[in-house]
Design a protein around this ligand. Structure first.
Ligand SMILES: Nc1ncnc2c1ncn2[C@@H]1O[C@H](COP(=O)(O)OP(=O)(O)OP(=O)(O)O)[C@@H](O)[C@H]1O
Length: 232
């Protein structure tokens, strides 16, 4: 079976004298698999995602994304690989404040020809795909799409970040507590959409949250404790 994500013997600490936060012997997500990963606050969920996104580098071990030893790529090659193959929904969204909602969502297609081509193949153009995803997420009105993202509520920003991550069918989508700012109905809709779009794109999904009520919607659920011998 091909793996969207594979970690082997990965250890990480934030500083030389800090405790080991991540100590994972083996963890894998298959291509197209949708996995829920739970863990209490401070257990290292965001750190694990930073390692997977190539934002942090393990002191030991291998992180492979779609078969590529991503963590070992340098600088621009690492950034390029991330842009081509990963959809990321961070807790702090990382939207660009000087761009409109629409332009934020279109960003992956500016940085990756592959994702641009995927968006065109599926919806005719990147803009059509962006509008479709935003509409599904309840952000369709033209005045909203043209607003700077700073003029949106936190829940709306969270949905913009999700639409951006899904653009152009990345092979792996990682989501860090993406529903924390949504009310119960919106949360349920949001997760349903994320799962549906990942299924349609054949993207694997790693969804990290402490909200266990969402776990049954995924193919598989795990606790970070099950895989991490580190500080958790
Ligand atoms: N940038 C950083 N520098 C130093 N230590 C950090 C940094 N980020 C996280 N840590 C530490 O690593 C440990 C794990 O934190 P992490 O944010 O990964 O947990 P989490 O499970 O995502 O928590 P939460 O659910 O509250 O977001 C904590 O002890 C935290 O203080």
């Amino acid at each position: 079976m091909s793996m969207a994500l594979q970690l082997d013997d990965v250890r990480f600490r934030w500083h030389r004298r800090a405790p080991c936060v991540i100590d994972v012997q083996h963890f894998a997500v298959a291509e197209g698999e949708q996995l829920f990963l739970a863990g209490p606050s401070g257990s290292g969920k965001s750190t694990l995602l930073a390692l997977i996104a190539g934002i942090a580098t393990p002191e030991q071990g291998q992180v492979r994304v779609l078969g590529e030893s991503f963590a070992q790529l340098r600088g621009a090659r690492r950034d390029r690989f991330r842009a081509e193959h990963l959809g990321i929904i961070f807790q702090q969204f990382n939207l660009l404040p000087y761009l409109s909602v629409l332009d934020n969502v279109l960003l992956p297609c500016r940085f990756s020809e592959r994702r641009r081509a995927e968006a065109c193949a599926r919806d005719g153009s990147p803009e059509a795909q962006a509008r479709r995803l935003l509409e599904r997420l309840g952000l369709a009105a033209d005045d909203v799409l043209r607003r700077p993202v700073t003029a949106l509520s936190v829940g709306q920003q969270q949905r913009v970040a999700a639409a951006r991550a899904l653009m152009g069918a990345p092979g792996l989508v990682i989501a860090d507590e993406p529903t924390s700012a949504l009310d119960t109905d919106r949360r349920s809709e949001f997760v349903a959409l994320l799962i549906q779009e990942c299924t349609a794109a054949g993207a694997a999904l790693l969804f990290v949250s402490h909200d266990l009520s969402l776990a049954p919607r995924f193919h598989r659920s795990l606790s970070l404790r099950d895989i991490n011998g580190g500080a958790s």
